[in-house]
Design a binder for this molecule. Structure first.
Ligand code: UDP
Length: 243
């Protein structure tokens, strides 16, 4: 499958894949034994890139696939005149890849979140996706001196897919720093997805997702996010001005 060309949203590349096409693309990458570093880029991430050159460089030059996460990124792509079929949310892609892994026998590694959460997410994944082989779990609270042992654990597990939940931009920066040492083909930052899968954090109800109100739900559940969320109106204004 030929790779879909990226569109630019505020100078950040976004590959406008549908969910099905993204899963098929990543399946092919695993079968071809080729690496793919995946970022699901919501408006907050695109705004972080405006002030963080290192982060922008990761999305522009190092990530293989930058997907349109969040209503904001989809809206911006369309507003700028591009065809963006749908939103590819990190949590949804995480679940689709777990389903793919269960069906095809791909091994996965869960790295990140508070102690015990990745294990709880694994238990839930085993119920939802029977046969899924989560070959290792590791929490996301560590210091630099632990990196070698963490990388060894990931590589020795034989995982083909690594899900990393340290939050943005920490997860992408960690992946960028260690990409060459890591053996899994698919490496993907998934933010708070282990918390959601483990049932520690709720996801917005479907109607809110449908009406692009997931951000409002997250703000209600985690009011401390309000400073970060100020990026959203700034993002809208910047996109309109960039037209
Ligand atoms: N986290 C972690 N290590 C850290 C900082 C955060 O494992 O040093 C985890 C945290 O426990 C949570 C996730 O990273 O599970 C961040 O979730 P959030 O919803 O804030 O992700 P974002 O919206 O930044 O992608």
């Amino acid at each position: 499958m030929e790779k879909i060309a990226a569109i630019q949203v505020l100078d950040v590349p976004v590959h406008p894949y549908s969910m099905n096409d993204a899963v098929a693309y990543l399946d092919q990458k695993i079968q071809a034994q080729q690496p793919s570093f995946v970022v699901t880029a919501n408006a907050e991430i695109i705004m972080m890139c405006q002030d963080d050159a290192e982060y922008k460089n990761i999305l522009t030059n190092i990530a293989d696939l930058v997907l349109p996460d969040g209503a904001g990124t989809v809206w911006a792509g369309r507003k700028l005149g591009h065809h963006v079929p749908e939103r590819v949310a990190g949590f949804d892609l995480f679940n689709r890849l777990l389903n793919l892994a269960a069906g095809k026998g791909y091994k996965v590694f869960f790295f990140g979140a508070a102690p015990g959460i990745a294990e709880a997410a694994r238990e839930k994944a085993e119920i939802l996706y029977p046969g899924v082989d989560v070959v290792g779990c590791r929490d996301g609270y560590f210091s630099d001196c632990d990196n070698t042992a963490i990388i060894e654990a990931i590589n020795n597990s034989g995982a083909q897919i690594l899900f990393l939940a340290l939050g943005a931009p920490k997860q992408e920066k960690w992946l960028q720093a260690h990409l060459r040492e890591l053996k899994p083909y698919i490496t993907m930052g998934i933010g708070g997805s282990f918390d959601v899968l483990a049932g520690k954090m709720e996801r917005a109800p479907l109607w809110m997702q449908k009406y692009s109100l997931e951000w409002l739900f997250r703000l209600y559940k985690q009011p401390r996010r309000c400073i970060r969320m100020l990026a959203l109106p700034k993002f809208v204004i910047k996109v309109i001005c960039s037209k």
